[in-house]
Design a binder for this molecule. Structure first.
Ligand code: PLP
Length: 405
């Protein structure tokens, strides 16, 4: 049916991140039987000679340039809106403001729907389409729902989203405009997840929740490959990443391991830092306490919608990457995020999301803690555009909004 030059090898198999058990990759599959995330594994040995930085260098500027290490086999199923290969922008003024030698911002706000959720949902929707899913569903704190609506529309698949009532209005307008079925819930993303789960069981919707299917993390890992390419063939000393479900951090960590197996890099790794909101900081708490799992955060509250994730199914993978990399985790207030969105904007011209502001706010803290040094070369992830949060107010600064937390 497919001509051979439209077909890729895809993944060789899937592997449970907790038990190491392996599974056939060409099936619609969620969590492993152990209830843990599955990782796609590739025949990297076979790719070593062909899939090189030089081979990739002149390809189209989307994340599909890394197609050999992505799971979609049929190129006709690569749904694309121009996601990935976002600018990596150096700022000497912001570097000075946070107290490091060199600093770059990976501006993920320049993805098609204004957030890096596009990377994960581009991959998960493409793969669900390829494997025959008929209706897609997602619980979201906001941006993931916008991305799913966009890629579902592009693929021609119906999308159902369940989001908290106090999701940013720009995102609600986007979801409606993209034709998705929208359900608002008086609760948090974890409550939305329960509703989606039930409808998936009853009505055959395909669940695209973070790390509950194997492919969002594959889309997000492309950020790791891009850093290497955009820095001219090396990685930074430190990566500061606003962490909710942790897909991006887990994905980049996976990418670095693949890049070593491919011979792109050696054993060196950037130190990985998670930034969270003081109103929802399960990873920062677990890292401080030396726990291997994070547990649930009670009464999660922050206007950084992407960080309002009280419990993450990949918590042990996030904490493992922080530990193995010599990094760490820190929480900042909503007020600090808002202030640093302004500092970052005035120093760089990037109107960042609160989550992006959080990464800048974290660096002086990490300097004080001795975890980042002045000589370090640091990459901050501005994971979304500030435009999606217009009208939202910081939580915990005296101007608490009415309505559900
Ligand atoms: C979802 C989201 C995050 C958190 O990303 P994870 O990879 O799930 O940890 C950060 N920032 C923004 C803008 C988001 O939408």
């Amino acid at each position: 049916m497919h001509s051979s030059d439209n077909t890729l090898a895809g993944a060789a198999f899937l592997e449970c991140t907790a038990t190491g058990a392996t599974f056939e990759s060409e099936q619609l599959i969620g969590l492993s039987p152990a209830g843990k995330p599955l990782f796609a594994r590739y025949d990297l040995d076979a790719l070593r000679k062909r899939f090189t930085p030089a081979a990739v260098a002149h390809r189209a500027p989307t994340l599909w340039r890394y197609e050999e290490v992505l799971p979609v086999r049929d190129r006709a199923c690569q749904v694309s809106l121009g996601e990935g290969l976002t600018p990596l922008l150096e700022s000497s003024r912001l570097a000075r403001a946070v107290g490091v030698k060199r600093l770059w911002i990976k501006d993920e706000g320049q993805n098609p729907t204004g957030s890096f959720k596009d990377r994960g949902l581009c991959m998960a929707v493409s793969r669900a389409f390829e494997l025959g899913a008929r209706e897609l569903a997602i619980p979201s704190a906001g941006n993931a729902a916008g991305s799913t609506a966009a890629y579902g529309a592009a693929a021609g698949l119906p999308v159902h989203v369940v989001v908290p009532m106090d999701t940013p209005v720009a995102i609600l307008a986007e979801i409606r405009a993209l034709g998705a079925d929208l359900q608002l819930l008086d609760g948090l993303i974890s409550d939305c997840g329960r509703v989606v789960r039930q409808r998936c069981d009853e009505d055959g919707w395909w669940d695209l929740s973070t790390l509950k299917e194997p492919y969002r993390v594959e889309g997000k890992k492309t950020m790791g490959y891009e850093l290497f390419e955009q820095l001219g063939g090396r990685l930074p000393d430190a990566i500061v990443y606003p962490t909710g479900g942790g897909t991006g951090l887990i994905g980049m960590w996976k990418a670095f391991a693949e890049m070593e197996e491919l011979g792109w890099i050696g054993a060196e790794r950037p130190r990985m830092f998670s930034v969270q909101a003081t109103g929802c900081a399960p990873m920062a708490r677990a890292w401080q306490e030396g726990w291997e799992e994070a547990g649930m955060w009670e009464d999660a509250a922050t206007y950084a919608a992407g960080l309002r994730v009280p419990g993450a199914v990949g918590d042990f993978l996030i904490l493992r990457a922080l530990r193995e990399s010599g990094g760490g985790a820190v929480a900042v207030t909503d007020h600090a995020m808002e202030e640093w969105v302004g500092t970052m904007g005035a120093a760089t011209g990037i109107f960042g999301a609160p989550e992006g502001g959080a990464t800048a706010a974290a660096v002086p803290r990490l300097r004080d803690m001795g975890l980042i040094q002045r000589e370090d070369e640091v990459v901050l992830f501005n994971t979304g555009s500030g435009l999606k949060y217009v009208g939202m107010e910081p939580v915990g600064t005296g101007v608490r909004r009415d309505g559900p937390r």
